[in-house]
Each structure stands twice: as C-alpha cells, then as structure tokens.
Ligand binder design. Structure first.
Ligand code: SF4
Ligand code: SF4
Length: 172
C-alpha cells in the first residue's frame, strides 16, 4: 500500500462532518447526470481494478463516498493512481461511467489545489519547454542518438489552450 499520494490514508477513526448532496450532484453532472445511487456496492469494480492492492481507498469506496457527498474523495490516492484502463467501467453491472468520473475528480482536485506536486510541476515544465523530461547530452550520446530536435513551443502552447490545462485552477 502506498504512502505517497493523497491525505486520506484510511477510514479508521475518521469523522466526516459534511455530507454534501450538491457535491454528489456535481459529480453526477460530469457523466451526463447518471444516478450515482445506482451503485449498490457490489465491488465488481474493485475486484477487476489493477491498482486495488496499491491504493488506500478502493474504487468502490470512492463510489460510496460520492453517493454520500463526501468531498474528501478528492484527497484519496485512487484518483491519481488510476491507470484509466476502464476495467471498472466495463464491469459495473449498473453501467456507471466510473473511469470518466475519475477524470472529472482529477480536474476538481487540481482546481482545489489538491493535485500531487509532481503533476503541477510536470504541467509547468511541459508548457515551458515542451518536454516532460530533459535528457542530458551524454545520455543521448551513450545511446547513439542525435541531439534532441528543436521543438516548436507554439504547438505545445496551442495544445494547452485547447485543453484548458493551464487555466484549470481558474475554472472552479
Ligand atoms: S461495480 Fe458499479 S455497482 Fe458495483 S460497486 Fe462498483 S460502481 Fe458500484
Ligand atoms: S479505470 Fe482506474 S479505477 Fe477503473 S479499474 Fe482501471 S485503474 Fe481501476
């Protein structure tokens, strides 16, 4: 089990003070208004999830938190460790668009300044340099590769503008 992500490590001893139906509704709107209460906690989603044994809070528990209107769901590691493989979504007998919810929860977490620092700095680096990783000359030389070709940053910046990635925090 990882300790690296999210602040909600366990439900043990945790008291949730706010049950916010508006939060549930907002998440439901992310997937076209699907009724999240259709989830009957069969845990088929978690049973097929490849990161189930890596997270503190499993995907069926995330779904429970959403039905209860617990914004603390944005502090769970599940939303960041999800590989977006869509297995849960395909397995759900209630047809809930679980993976699509997770995309939306990532955005919400980003807007509330809850994204892991690595994501935030990677976004900035991609915007500034067009690369997520800057290889050194000797690394490329060792591999017999030529210098990294020049990148047109305008193209990367256009991508940021189109996806709205850079102004994500402003859209909450
Ligand atoms: S598979 Fe669907 S119904 Fe079952 S726990 Fe997961 S979200 Fe709920
Ligand atoms: S999409 Fe994410 S939550 Fe769903 S099964 Fe795959 S890794 Fe697990």
């Amino acid at each position: 089990m990882t300790e690296a992500w999210g602040t909600l490590k366990s439900f043990a001893g945790k008291t949730f003070e706010t049950l916010d139906p508006e939060f549930t509704d907002r998440v439901s709107q992310l997937i076209g208004g699907q009724d999240l209460t259709a989830c009957f906690q069969c845990a088929k989603c978690s049973a097929g999830c490849p990161v189930s044994d890596k997270v503190n809070v499993q995907i069926h528990e995330v779904m429970r938190m959403l039905v209860l209107g617990l914004p603390e769901v944005l502090d769970t590691d599940m939303i960041w460790l999800c590989t977006t493989c869509y297995t849960c979504q395909e397995r759900c007998p209630q047809g809930i668009d679980i993976t699509d919810i997770l995309f939306g929860l990532k955005n919400m977490a980003f807007q509330r300044n809850k994204a892991p620092q690595g994501y935030v700095s990677s976004r900035q680096q991609l915007y500034d340099t067009g690369k997520l990783y800057q290889p050194t000359d000797w690394e490329r030389e060792d591999l017999g590769l030529e210098e990294v070709p020049h990148l047109e940053l305008d193209e990367t910046k256009k991508m940021f503008e189109k996806t709205g990635l850079l102004k994500l925090e402003e859209d909450d």
